[in-house]
Ligand binder design. Sequence first.
Ligand code: NCD
Length: 340
Amino acid sequence: MSTATTTTTTPSGPAGREQQASTRHTKRHLLSSADLNREQVRAILDTASEMHGVQQREVKKLPTLRGRTVVNLFFEDSTRTRSSFEIAGKWLSADVINISGKGSSTSKGESLRDTVLTVAAMGVDALVIRHHASGAAQQVSQWVDAHIINAGDGMHEHPTQALLDAYTMERRLGDLEGRHVVIVGDLTHSRVVRSNLITLKTLGARVTLVAPPTLMPSGITSWAQADGFTLSNDFDAVLPTADSVMMLRVQRERMSGGFFPTAREYTVGYGLTRARLDALTAANPDAVICHPGPMNRGLEIAADAADGAQSLILDQVSAGVAVRMSVLYHLLAGGEGEDS
Ligand code: NCD
C-alpha cells in the first residue's frame, strides 16, 4: 500500500449496499503504517465503519472474498489479532487457515523462508504474518506473490493495530485532527507505538509519548523533532491535557535487564492508577482510555481505568474485526493490486 492509486469497487460496495459503492485501493501489501497516506487511511476507516454494520447483523457474512484463501501465520502468541483476522476473513467468506510457530514445522527447524514458500505453494491469496523479527513481513513480501499483511513484526510495526486505534478513538472523539493523544509506557519494546505515531500524524493528531527514561527508545529525540511529537517523563504533567490516554503493556518477554526498579515504582510513576483516572476525569470528562491488550492489570493500568466508562478497550477489540475486514477488502477484493 505504498502508492496512492484508487479505483471504484463493484457497484454493490463492500457491505453490499447499492448506494454505497466505495473507493478501493489496489495495493498488494500492508507492511507498514507509512504505506498509507491520509486518503488511504480514510478509505480504510470508512469501509471499516460499513463493516462494523455487518458485525451488528444477525447473519454476519458477505460474499466479498468467496474463493479466496487467507493464511494467518503466527510465530508469536496472539489472542486478539489472530482471532480477529480469522473472524474478519470468515465474515468476508474467505477460506481462512491458521498456522502457528508452535505445532508447525518451524519447531523442527524449518526456516521462515521455507515455511512461507511451502504455504504459498498451496495457492494462498494472502498471508497475515506475525513474527518476532523486525522486517519479517517486508522480507516475506519479497519471497512470495501473495498479499502480505504485517500483524506485528518484532518491535517494529503493527499497522492494523494503529488503524483500529484510530477508528475507535474517532468514533468517540470525532475527527482526530488537533486532538491530543498521550501514549504511555514501554515505548522501547512497542510496535504499537511506532505504527500509532505514523497513523496519528497522518490524521493530524497531536501526540505526546510518556515513559521513564529507561523505556524511551534510542533515537526517539530526533524522531520526535522530525515528526513533531513531544516526549515527557512526567505523566501527571501531561495527563490533564489528554483527549486520549493510550496505555502500553510492559513487555517483560522482550526485556533482558531491569528497565525499572520494581513493579510498584513503575506503577507509581507511569501507571494509570485510580488517582490518575480521577485527575483525567476532572480535567476532561470526555477523555478516553485505550490499551491494545493484553493488559497487565495493576501494573500499567488499574481495574477502575480499564473497566470504567472512559475505557475504549473492548471497543478496540470489536473494531479490530471491522478494520481487518476493511483491510482484507481493500487488498484482496476485485483486482490483483499493484506492486508496492
Ligand atoms: C500488541 C502486540 O502484540 O504488539 N497487542 C496486540 O496486538 N493486541 C501489544 C502487546 O503485545 O502488548
